[in-house]
Design a protein around this ligand. Structure first.
Ligand code: C2E
Ligand code: CA
Ligand code: CA
Length: 701
């Protein structure tokens, strides 16, 4: 997954950076500490050098003040030949002990020798002029003597390697005192003059070994700190990565169903497209599923039930798909599937059909059982697609087509659908102003009373004369009005037009026995809580006889929100208005609807009427439907009667009411008035005569 990879990379980079910073910090601290320890050890050596110098100076002062010391002469301290000129160089004590005089320089030299032998510390008095050539300065001492002479400082130290060993060389200036003048006066020194300096060399090896020991401790401590830091960084990076992955996962999942969301779906789809284009991997498809009438369920049963249904649905869908496929929720009641590794189109269609047939089983939500249905659009990958949006859009378009062609269906996208979708958008847009712009017109199709050969009433059918597209069929724009929420306004307008118009004709042409009018109600109108109020208002406003109003509902309008529809129908019937079941037999043809709802009229769908060839099933079905209607105390209207044969057969079966092109197409108000003026309401032969006269040129207008 791309997101995961990005997170891995980011956390890896962050941890590497943190480890680098930790290493630099710990390393610097270690370096700084060990440097400090070395400096501290050098300072200690310096202190030792100073202490030595002080002791040396104190001795020197002491012996100088006393001018010398008598000792027993032996191999180490033989009589000093340099003092041979002194008569008292060698003395004998009264008890006969021989003593010889040691001058301060001699003594100091010997002590220095002892000191070096025992402790490795070198000491030497030196000056630019000297009595004893042993005291001649070496190169470094000469350099320091020059510094002393310059007066910049009277103390200098420096690390040096002597005979392969590290030493701290220290030298401090010495000035002439009264005692010194006695011996060194001959070199031209006066009291207070810079006489030279005493140089002390402290061996550094033991200081360095102490420093190394301390350093080892410091190194171990730092290694420990570094390891702790490393552990902390790794642990933190691990936690961070998990957190980021979880957060990323949450932003990629739908909160309600936990299915992948649109973003994740598109991401996966993009990968499939990429793979397909790169190495022509197997075919794949995108399906778009939308629940039919989910909004009704949400409105009638509440959002909680709606949410539960979506969760149950998401679980069902996940189980139905193959491993490797993706099901995602786009939002609302829309789901998408990515079907990978298909061999052909049929495979995608089979999966889609399998999903749709799973809707035969109800969804069990606690103590509720809910039946619902869905429409699926399929979009197959082709060379033309190079982004996820286009595929999802086309699957969506195909889904709309599936819905428009009767819900509970599957449709596969083809390019014409794209144009269709664009036209739908235009229709939706232009529909908003269609009534105001006088583009809408209600047409009327007479319903014939067969026994009396009269016009019994009319069905009101809406027409839209679009100035650019031309006449648009209600089958085309009514679903758009439904889905865009405009049907309420349009429906109420048709109802009012029809009631007002038919009342006017009744008053004018048959005041004793008024015409009825049938007005179609859309499924969306059936879910309006106040639909009966709207009907009541129109009845009041137009003063139309309520018993002459029939509202037609289709079976499909009842599916999915039975309870709501039942309530609406009962409320309307209580007003005294009749309800017809329209297109009966065309859709679900579930006889239980006839049991559950109270209808006043059954309208036999034109598909049955037009299939009434002798011996055909249609004939028997129509007969059966008529019997059924009679048993249930319903009126029967046969729709779509186009030919004299169809009419004769229905007549033979004693079908009481007939509607169809055989008598008249739906026509405008003006044309209806013309036929009424001709007396068609009293004798329908006028209609037949009209038809025979102008059958060839007749159209819906
Ligand atoms: P519907 O309610 O079944 O209306 C009957 C349809 O059959 C009408 O189509 C009518 O012109 C057509 N028809 C009538 N006699 C014959 C015939 O002998 N042969 C054939 N082939 N067709 C015949 P139309 O007017 O195009 O309306 C189509 C559908 O649009 C209607 O079907 C109805 O469901 C819907 N509709 C029309 N007006 C309205 C309206 O105001 N509100 C609502 N909600 N739906 C409407
Ligand atoms: Ca109808
Ligand atoms: Ca019908």
């Amino acid at each position: 997954m791309q997101y995961n990879r990005a997170i891995y990379k980011q956390t890896l980079f962050l941890s590497a950076l943190a480890i680098a910073i930790l290493t630099i910090l710990v390393g610097y601290s270690w370096y700084w500490n060990s440097k400090n320890i070395r400096t501290e050890k050098i300072n200690l050596a310096l202190a030792e050098a100073r202490a030595n110098w002080n002791k040396d100076a104190a001795f020197r002062r002491w012996v100088t003040r006393h001018g010398g010391l008598y000792v027993k002469p032996d191999a180490r301290t033989p009589p000093n030949p340099a003092l041979a000129h002194l008569p008292h160089r060698d003395v004998v004590t009264t008890d006969g002990m021989k003593l010889t005089l040691m001058n301060p320089a001699y003594m100091m030299r010997q002590m220095a020798e002892e000191f070096e032998k025992d402790f490795g510390i070198k000491g030497k008095i030196t000056g630019k002029r000297q009595l004893n050539p042993i005291n001649k300065p070496d190169e470094w001492q000469l350099k320091v003597l020059n510094i002393f002479e310059s007066g910049k400082t009277d103390e200098v130290y420096e690390q040096q390697i002597i005979n392969g060993q590290p030493y701290l060389r220290y030298m401090k200036a010495m000035y002439m005192t009264e005692g010194c003048v006695k011996c060194h006066g001959i070199l031209g020194y006066k009291d207070g003059d810079l006489r030279g300096g005493v140089s002390i060399s402290i061996p550094l090896a033991r200081y360095f070994s102490a420093a190394s020991e301390a350093n080892r401790g410091i190194a171990l401590t730092h290694l420990f700190i570094w390891l702790c830091g490393l552990f902390a960084i790794i642990a933190f990076a691990w936690l961070l990565e998990r957190l980021l992955l979880r957060m990323a996962d949450e932003t990629l999942r739908d909160g309600l169903t936990q299915l992948p969301n649109l973003k994740l779906f598109k991401n996966r789809l993009e990968q499939s497209i990429e793979k397909y284009r790169r190495d022509a991997s197997p075919l794949f498809a995108v399906c778009f599923l939308d629940l039919d009438r989910f909004k009704n369920l949400n409105d009638s049963r509440g959002h909680k039930v709606g949410d539960k249904l979506l969760v149950a649905l998401s679980q069902r869908l996940s189980k139905l798909l193959r491993p490797g496929d993706t099901v995602a929720r786009m939002g609302g009641d829309e789901f998408t599937f990515l079907l990978n590794n298909l061999n052909n189109v049929d495979e995608a269609l089979n999966i889609a059909r399998r999903i749709l047939s799973s809707f035969d089983k109800p969804f069990r939500l606690e103590n509720d059982e809910i039946y619902t249905d869905a429409s699926i659009g399929v979009c197959l990958m082709t060379e033309q697609y190079n982004n996820a949006e286009d595929m999802v859009r086309d699957a969506d378009i195909a889904m709309y087509r599936a819905k428009a062609s009767g819900k509970g269906r599957v449709d596969v996208f083809n390019p014409e659908m794209h144009e269709y979708a664009i036209e739908t958008m235009r229709i939706e847009n232009d529909l908003r102003m269609a009534i105001q712009k006088n583009q809408m017109e209600v047409y009327y199709q007479p319903v014939i009373d067969v026994e009396h050969s009269t016009i019994y009433g009319f069905e009101a059918l809406l027409r839209w004369h679009h100035p650019e597209i031309g006449d648009i069929s209600p089958d085309r724009f009514i679903p758009v009005a439904e889905s865009s929420g405009q049907i309420k306004k349009i429906g109420a307008w048709v109802l009012e037009q029809a009631c007002a118009q038919v009342r006017e004709w009744s008053l004018q042409f048959c005041p004793d026995k008024a015409f009825f009018v049938s007005v179609n109600l859309s499924s969306i109108q059936l879910t309006e809580k106040d639909i009966h109020e709207t009907v009541k208002d129109v009845l009041n406003k137009t003063r139309f006889d309520k018993s002459k109003l029939h509202l037609e509902v289709t079976e499909t309008a009842l599916v999915g929100h039975k309870e709501q529809a039942k309530e609406a129908i009962e409320n309307i019937r209580q007003l005294g208005v009749s309800i017809s079941i329209d297109d009966f037999g065309k859709g679900y043809c579930s006889l239980t609807y006839l049991q559950d709802f109270e209808f006043d009229t059954l309208k036999i769908d034109k598909s049955f009427v037009q299939d009434m060839s002798p011996g055909g099933k249609g004939l028997q079905l129509v007969r059966m439907l008529m019997l059924l209607a009679r048993d249930l105390n319903m009126e029967v209207v046969a729709e779509g009667v186009e030919t004299v044969e169809q009419f004769n057969r229905l007549n033979a079966m004693k079908c009481p009411y007939i509607q169809g092109y055989y008598f008249s197409r739906p026509v405008s108000v003006e044309k209806t008035r013309v036929i009424l003026e001709q007396g068609a309401h009293e004798n329908v032969s006028v209609l037949l005569k009209n038809n025979n006269l102008s059958l060839a040129s007749q159209n819906t207008g």
